[in-house]
Design a protein around this ligand. Structure first.
Ligand code: Q9C
Ligand code: ZN
Length: 359
């Protein structure tokens, strides 16, 4: 199987994040992608290829150009302030109640702030998006990885894997969030629709709800979004991901959320997966974008499902049994010691290869 990787992610070298205001070691780190790359190389069944440049047009087909501009301008603006700063993290966000009672038109006319701290809040949801010198280039690299993975599949591969880092599914049209800056899967889905004229399905198997992907395709009838995730009543992103979010307008019925309880294990997960796969099989189209997270793993440090390594092989196998072309893109997963093995397990399953028995 071809796997797309670029070292450009190394420049998004984040070391700290905040958890309820406390500074803690970052979870979304360089070592994540490097451990997956090492496992793919050690397996021998993957051909690693670099991405090709796709420019900003496919990005701005999905995102507000202002978000792309903010990402480019953020670190230079921090440097101009000449204050030693490890990373730019916003602390003031435009919460909806701030505008209560004001008309939509007046709210829409509020200007983007000039100060870089204000801009970081304007273009963000939460504090999990530290921006460092290489963040913009790394995020652009992850988009190129996703679009190159799509190119491989459009060029005849039945399945290909894009080792995207930073991840993407929390990023909405005009908002970075939850370790994500640009929505790799959404950008690939939009490009796939434009290239094929077909309907496209996105299957989001990251532990978290992909609020950004849902938002981008909320009113779209040509992109079906299905997600299995920790129930937002207890889990980030907290405010979206409920089962009654089904889309609106042309997108009514084209959004499927399956929130799951703490402790969800292999069997319960496979049952939920069956629902999502049946919904995809019910719809036309030949291409599925998979937002793949391994934060569903039982030892993941920030999540509460209980999946095991062998089940990832079965999940990959079942997703492939849809009989559709698969563009598999990496999202989250934070248990470094097993990340590589879990990725290899899933991808071997999707590729029709046997699982690996682990020592
Ligand atoms: N420091 C993905 O898995 N909340 N994103 C973290 C704890 C954000 C997860 C707060 C979690 C985002 C792609
Ligand atoms: Zn996640």
């Amino acid at each position: 199987m071809k796997a797309v990787y670029t070292p450009r992610h190394l420049a998004h070298d984040v070391t700290r994040e905040t958890f309820l205001g406390e500074s803690i070691p970052a979870h979304e780190v360089v070592a994540r992608a490097e451990s997956i790359r090492a496992a793919l190389e050690a397996d021998g069944g993957f051909e690693l290829v670099g991405p090709t440049e796709h420019g900003r047009e496919p990005i701005e087909a999905v995102h507000d150009p202002g978000l792309v501009r903010f990402l480019e301008e953020a670190w230079p603006a921090v440097e101009r302030e000449r204050v030693a700063r490890g990373a730019l993290i916003a602390d003031t966000y435009p919460s909806r109640p701030m505008f209560e009672g004001m008309s939509d038109a007046v709210v829409a006319a509020r200007p983007e702030p000039e100060a870089i701290g204000g801009r970081a809040g304007w273009w963000g949801l939460d504090t999990a998006n530290p921006i460092v010198a290489g963040t913009s280039d790394a995020a652009r690299g992850a988009v190129d990885v996703a679009l190159t993975t799509l190119d491989l599949v459009l060029g005849g591969e039945r399945v290909a894997y894009g080792l995207c880092r930073p991840p993407g599914h929390h990023a909405a049209r005009s908002m970075a969030a939850g370790y994500c800056f640009l929505n790799n899967a959404a950008i690939a889905a939009e490009a796939a629709v434009r290239a094929t004229g077909e309907r496209v399905a996105i299957l989001d198997l990251d532990f978290h709800h992909g609020n950004g992907t849902q938002q981008i395709f909320w009113r779209r009838g040509d992109v079906f979004y299905a997600s299995l995730h920790g129930d937002p009543r207890r889990i980030y992103p907290f405010f979206l991901g409920h089962a009654d979010e089904v889309g609106e307008g042309a997108g009514a019925g084209e959004n499927l959320n399956v929130p799951l309880p703490a402790g969800t294990g292999d069997e319960a997960y496979l049952e939920a997966l069956e629902r999502a796969l049946a919904a995809i099989a019910d719809r036309p189209g030949s291409l599925v974008i998979v937002s793949l997270g391994f934060d569903t793993y039982r030892d993941d440090p920030i999540c509460d499902f209980a999946l095991t390594t062998p089940i990832y092989h079965e999940i990959g196998r079942q997703v492939a049994s849809l009989g559709r072309r698969l563009v598999v893109l990496q999202e989250g997963g934070y248990h470094l010691p097993t990340l590589g093995a879990n990725a290899v397990s899933w991808l071997r399953g999707a590729d029709g290869r046997a699982g690996v028995s682990r020592p």
